[in-house]
Each structure stands twice: as structure tokens, then as C-alpha cells.
Write a new protein. Structure first.
Length: 239
């Protein structure tokens, strides 16, 4: 089956006259990018001590511009759970009850009512020393959706909250961010990996995200990236 995305065509009308209105973009079934700039050749597997569990808002799951899925392409240990307010994922609940994991909710510390749960990134090395696996739980959705997930999920309420502190500015140009300081999900993950010592995995994810970002943007202009970018070349060398 070919995946198509009619909304995408409405948002970006084709520039070439022979492309009639209503024409659709053919997407790669695996990476979901337009086949013109398929991401698959650049998928490299990495390894990390820390893991990611994505708690993804149900409305975010099928968006091709979602970058959360890039994390799982690079790190096989990544798990993705769909968030529904009334029905917590039973596998996620099992994971949370498993003492071999040390989960952290990645969320800003801008509200006083959970101040006592806030920890710093240095705690990650402490849990590694205890022989536990650090897990970053990322609430994957729009800012509003993430806040709702945080507030409406009682099973997250006892977990430590780890705000990501970084000066990094977003390079994501597929959706308009409210500010340059708002990183997209893949960027957040790369930064967490970097700050907690999984530098090689961070580099891989950063490169992979960059290729996704460039390829998608180019596809919107109905162009193919002709020459491999620096990030593409680095990933190809790792194959
Ligand atoms: Zn592909």
C-alpha cells in the first residue's frame, strides 16, 4: 500500500503546472518520507546506556513530521506508548513497576507544585552506578498535549522530573516553533544522550535528525537532495 498525505498537498501546492491540484505525494512505506528523499539508506543503529520511552499523544502518532519515531530508528531499545487519558498502557505500567529501570519524566520545572520531584542530569550517572537502566520518558506531542499528559497521568506523578537544560536552538524547520528554544522530540533526545554520557548515540541521532530535516524540507519544494550532505556522508560511512 502506498501511503499518501492529502493534507500535505493542500498545505504546499505543487509549483509545477502539470501537477494538478489534488495530486498526492508517494511516501516510502518504511520511513514515511516522500520517496524522492527516502531516509532509509541513512538509518544506522546505535547503542546507548540510557533508554527512551515515548508517551505519544494519539493525535501525534501518524504525523509524518513527528520526529519522535527517529529515536527508535537509531536505538532499538526505544519503546513507544500511545497516550489515552482514560486507559494507561499496561506494558508501560509493567515497565514502571520493574526495579531494573530508573525512569525520569522529561519536563520543564516551571511550576512550583512538583518542585520536590525535580532532579538534575547528574542523577543519571548515580542510577547507572546502582546498576539500574536510566530511562527518559518523553511526552511526545504539541506543548499543550505534553502538558496534558503530564497532568492527567497518575502513574507519572511519583516519578522524578528531569528538565532539559540547554542553550541549544532548534534546527527543526518543518513546523513553526513558538521559540528557537523549543526543541523537537529528536533534538531533546539527542541532547539528553549527550548530557548523560552517550555521546556516540547522540551524534548519530543528531545526524539522522539533520538528514530527516533536510530531506523533508527539500521534498516540500519537490526537489531531491542531489549531493549527500555532511551528515549523510557520516551516516553512510557507518553502514
Ligand atoms: Zn524510506
Amino acid at each position: 500500500m502506498t501511503l499518501t498525505d492529502p493534507d500535505y498537498c493542500i498545505a504546499t501546492p505543487p509549483r509545477r503546472p502539470f501537477k494538478a491540484r489534488g495530486s498526492f505525494v508517494t511516501r516510502c512505506e518504511t520511513c514515511r518520507l516522500p520517496v524522492l528523499n527516502c531516509l532509509c539508506p541513512y538509518q544506522v543503529k546505535g547503542q546507548s546506556e540510557a533508554r527512551f520511552w515515548l508517551l505519544t499523544h494519539s493525535l501525534e502518532h501518524n504525523k509524518p513530521t513527528n520526529t519522535g519515531r527517529l529515536i527508535g530508528d537509531i536505538l532499538d531499545t526505544t519503546e513507544v506508548f500511545t497516550w489515552y487519558r482514560t486507559a494507561p498502557d499496561t506494558v508501560l505500567l509493567e515497565r514502571l513497576a520493574d526495579p531494573s529501570f530508573a525512569p525520569f519524566v522529561i519536563f520543564p520545572d516551571d511550576q512550583p507544585d512538583y518542585a520536590e520531584r525535580v532532579v538534575g542530569i547528574e542523577v543519571v550517572s548515580d542510577v547507572k552506578q546502582e546498576g539500574r537502566i536510566p530511562v527518559f520518558i518523553i511526552l511526545d506531542g504539541t506543548w499543550r498535549q505534553a502538558r496534558r499528559i503530564f497532568r492527567k497521568s497518575p502513574y507519572l506523578a511519583r516519578l522524578p522530573v528531569l528538565p532539559l537544560r540547554t542553550d541549544r536552538h532548534t534546527r527543526y524547520h518543518l513546523r513553526k516553533a513558538a521559540s528557537a528554544a523549543h526543541l523537537c522530540t529528536a533534538e531533546v533526545a539527542a541532547e539528553l544522550l549527550r548530557q548523560s554520557g552517550d555521546v556516540e548515540a547522540a551524534d548519530l541521532l543528531d545526524d539522522y535528525f539533520e538528514v530527516f530535516n533536510d530531506s523533508y524540507a527539500e521534498s516540500r519544494r519537490h526537489r531531491k537532495l542531489e549531493r549527500p550532505t555532511a551528515a549523510m556522508r557520516r551516516l553512510l560511512e557507518r553502514q
